[in-house]
Design a protein around this ligand. Sequence first.
Ligand code: 5GP
Ligand code: MN
Length: 323
Amino acid sequence: MSIFNLEKISSLISNSHNILIVSHYDPDGDALGSSIGLYEALNKIKKNCYVYNRDKIPDYLSFIKCRNLINCLSDVPNDLDLIIFVDLNDYERAGSEMEKYMINFKNNILVIDHHQNPKINSTNSLIDTSCSATAILIFKIIDHMQISINKLIATNLLTGIITDTSSFKNSNTNSQSLEIASKLLDFGADLNLINSSIYNDRSIKRIDLEKKILSNFLFDNDSRTGFSYCTLEDYRKTNTTKEDSEGMANYFLHHKEIMIGIFVREIDKKSWKVSLRSNGYIDLSKLANMFGGGGHKNAAGFKYSGEIEDLRKDLNNKIIDEK
Ligand code: 5GP
Ligand code: MN
């Protein structure tokens, strides 16, 4: 990443006043930590800033707070001079309301992201797939703009790094993520708060849901996949939500025979959300792309319409072909 790019992006932000920061729906720790961390930093330099996310903050991230978080674009003033897309590279990832909004938006756009295959056509972008989290790129921008990092900003950004690296266990962990995490701790980031919120905040109901998910589990030795799913009915019967199945694909990956963890949840009748996790077996963003989705080499996803068994077979065949 060149200094020139950081310079260009810093001056674009400095020269804007009414700014909307957007992250992806079903937000994770990086989407929220990065967008709200940036929001807090821009507030410090008196920008008029809003954060948009289609969805609410999930319970396990409820320690991330934002006064100006909006879920509906009609609440945004219409004199925005800059929209910053954070942790996404495709308008679709922010939801259909955002996609429609962008048709008529003619002012500046900035994309700050670490995913592969960008689909937003913008001359202003800071995309670095070697970064473990978008929070790292936000850190670099804030640092370049010489905005001082307080405890709140540091905690938000560290949340992004901790969640996207699964606490430095994923293979996307590198010296840069450890170095910036260390700097964020020096700036006062509350690591205990992050850990206790994201790891020890599960409800006992989750175990009932896990029992259902594990009863659907299948291992395929040819593709080395561990596959399972749950239906809307499973969520209803166990009084749980999609948050309670967070991390299942990664959980399958912890078993040595499994090279790719696949978890699928029903989002509508015969409509599914697929999560893929691996540790360098094949390029999962390429696999997800074949199904119209995207992501990273080791963590990717897509939506699928059809029968769950057809999906499983199709995925296994494509994985065998890729290997
Ligand atoms: P997750 O499995 O946690 O939902 O997503 C894993 C990664 O894949 C994330 O980085 C996310 O951005 C990406 N991803 C998940 N679903 C989709 C999708 O439907 N489309 C695209 N382009 N990326 C996705
Ligand atoms: Mn991310």
